[in-house]
Design a protein around this ligand. Structure first.
Ligand code: UDP
Ligand code: MG
Length: 325
């Protein structure tokens, strides 16, 4: 297939976010390329370099030399997994778009099957569903379970428990996702919430091909908080109830203290005072924290600041007036 031009039609875009994945890239290309070439249709690979600080940009540049369909989108700074996928979705040109992690945990061999299901069953989204997660750590599996249960409970979203960010989306779905301006959106819940007809394809989750996880606990926690606050007001209501209960409890204690005083019993002890003050303080702090999360989201929405900045897009090379790449 010839080198893609910016205006050539593309049937399938494969968006791959990557952050410091120099070790994985050659392995990824080795497995992905035969599959992509075997699709028998025009495709592009949108490698989103999420502000890597290792040799990822250099490796990509080298790989691009003999893989014309490989397009490189470099973000100016590390924007995070979800924002990197969003950048790729915004720029992808395909009639269908697959999002895939770089580390080969989600086998690219499933892509032709996803495309077939989308076309034959006429669905807009095909979710990759992990049927075998034995390669994930027990902690990851356990936390994922709790997390999805929680989201299902507090929102109306019917997200598949074992679906991550490996999925195929139609152009209509991608356009719908791109039209949502919210920052901190978590795609694995946004996409099912859109309600397009969908199908699934099962696969066994593999070990990371090389390198280490780019998802430290801090990023996992961020993702969880964004997921819950993005889809549910339940924590706010929970905060209200907690505040109410805490307030009632302290009222009771107050009444008790007053009665004890009137009946000339011993002075209320120091301990109970401390307990009450700290209990009320704890409830207030928790409620404030939850409020803060939503206020933060509102602030971010008001600023309407993009969640990523593109440094360059290899497709636009040579088109830019300043000649920068
Ligand atoms: N990733 C990214 N930006 C980040 C963190 C991760 O683009 O800030 C990419 C990473 O390179 C990989 C994918 O997101 O392609 C999933 O990350 P990882 O495999 O490290 O997460 P895990 O599978 O351990 O949850
Ligand atoms: Mg991974």
């Amino acid at each position: 297939m010839s080198a893609p031009t910016p205006d050539a039609p593309v049937t399938l875009s494969i968006v791959i976010p990557m952050f410091n994945e120099e070790d994985v890239l050659p392995l990824l290309v080795e497995r992905l390329r035969p599959i992509a070439d075997g699709l028998g249709t025009a495709y592009e690979i949108v490698a989103v370099d999420d502000g890597s600080s290792d040799a990822t940009p250099l490796v990509l540049e080298r790989l691009r030399r003999d893989w014309p369909q490989l397009r490189v989108l470099r973000l100016r700074a590390n924007a995070g997994h979800q924002a990197a996928i969003s950048a790729g979705l915004d720029r992808a040109r395909g009639d269908y778009v697959v999002t895939l992690d770089a580390d080969l945990q989600d086998p690219p061999e499933v892509i032709p099957e996803m495309l077939r299901i989308a076309r034959e069953d006429g669905v807009d989204v095909v979710y990759g569903v992990r049927e075998d997660r034995s390669s994930d750590t027990a902690f990851k599996r356990g936390s994922a379970r709790v997390f999805y249960r929680l989201i299902r409970k507090v929102s109306d979203i019917d997200a598949h428990v074992d679906a991550g960010d490996y999925r195929l989306m139609s152009r209509a779905t991608v356009d719908a996702v791109n039209s949502l301006p919210e920052s901190g959106r978590v795609l694995r819940f946004v996409v099912p919430a859109l309600g397009f007809p969908s199908g699934t394809v099962g696969y066994a989750r593999e070990e990371r091909a090389a390198g280490t996880s780019k998802y430290p606990l801090s990023k996992m926690l961020r993702l969880s908080v964004d997921s819950v606050t993005g889809f549910s007001l339940a924590p706010l209501r929970f905060a209200t109830w907690l505040g109410l209960l805490g307030g009632l409890a302290s009222l009771c204690v107050l009444a008790y203290a007053l009665i004890a005083r009137l009946l000339d019993h011993a002075l209320p002890g120091w301990t109970s005072t401390v307990v009450i003050v700290s209990a009320v303080g704890a409830v207030q702090l928790l409620a404030l924290g939850i409020l803060g999360e939503y206020v933060g989201r509102m602030y971010a929405a008001m600023q309407a600041r993009p969640s990523y900045f593109i440094a360059h897009d290899s497709l636009e090379k040579g088109r830019r007036p300043d000649g920068a790449t």
